[in-house]
Design a protein around this ligand. Sequence first.
Ligand code: IPM
Ligand code: MG
Length: 371
Amino acid sequence: MAAHKLLLLPGDGIGVEVLAEVRRILAFIEQKGILSFEIEEDLVGGAAYDAHGVAITDAAMQKAKAADAILFGAVGGPQWDGVPYDVRPEAGLLRLRKELELFANLRPAICYPALADASALKRELVDGLDIVIVRELTGGVYFGEPKEITDLPNGQKRAVDTQVYETYEIERIAKVAFELARVRSNRVTSAEKRNVMKSGLLWNQVVTATHKAGYEDVKLDHMLADALGMQLVRAPKQFDVIVTDNLFGDILSDVASMLTGSLGMLPSASLGAEDPATGKRKALYEPVHGSAPDIAGKGLANPIAMIASLAMALKYSLGKPELANVLDRAISEVLADGLRTGDIWTEGMTKVGTSEMGGAVLKKFETLLSA
Ligand code: IPM
Ligand code: MG
């Protein structure tokens, strides 16, 4: 059996703790003879800055380019607030996304029935919620040039970020959304601000044209991004697949996370284009949550988003969609058993730490596999 090349990038803060739980699951999968892995590990974010003065080294980038899948924890923390902009922890993640051309970011927001009461919204609004935000990840205001702060003659400063999209960037992300919708509930909502932004206008036109050119079986709606934000908290179950740009996708996915009970629940997959020769795509899997410096190192973090990110890797990169379903079911059943990390804890539930939660999911996974 050919070994799958994995690169583990734990990063900073709780990234280290949650990735440790994934390492246990990987070891189990190997020991069971289900898959074999060639695992490399490296530093990213503040950890890389402390060791090497950069947010990710060229050597780590080489490993990333060679990997079948990258499993990424989180980056950042207040101790790096003062470091130069170009080497701030987030720069490591952005370099990975850009250089690997991971343009398609899938952020599913699923509300497990057992967690409906941990959501900030009423149970009936979120119970059974199952939506995916498809976020464009390598363009827009995150990467547009110029991006600078300059000095003006009058002593003031001027800051510029550039929101820019070209046709092909919108077209390829729209196709990802339509194809994903086809294996779900066949509905796509595209979000932009065409009422104020030229890039929004083009986004709307290209999504519409892409839809006409081969995806008319999928139901397409357009919504202004601000209205979509409102609808996400008013009636989130109206959505199936939401496709939007890099910045709106960043914000809307944080909003969506709270529908599911906690930011600690949301996994994500960042995918590149399929290589026509091998059929493989570059891929990075990471929880949507950050490094949570306030609870880092205390064993309190919720590892579920990270474990669910591994499930996405099994599905999209490692050719094991069935195994991914079993892992997702293990998560769901552990929650149904009443185990909760602090972020999702409610009265009457059993409060556990990171490794207890990880261990319980692994045990359930083992049980389900031997059943
Ligand atoms: C995310 C994060 C990143 C982003 C940060 C860490 C650069 O918020 O993945 O949502 O803004 O994309
Ligand atoms: Mg974000």
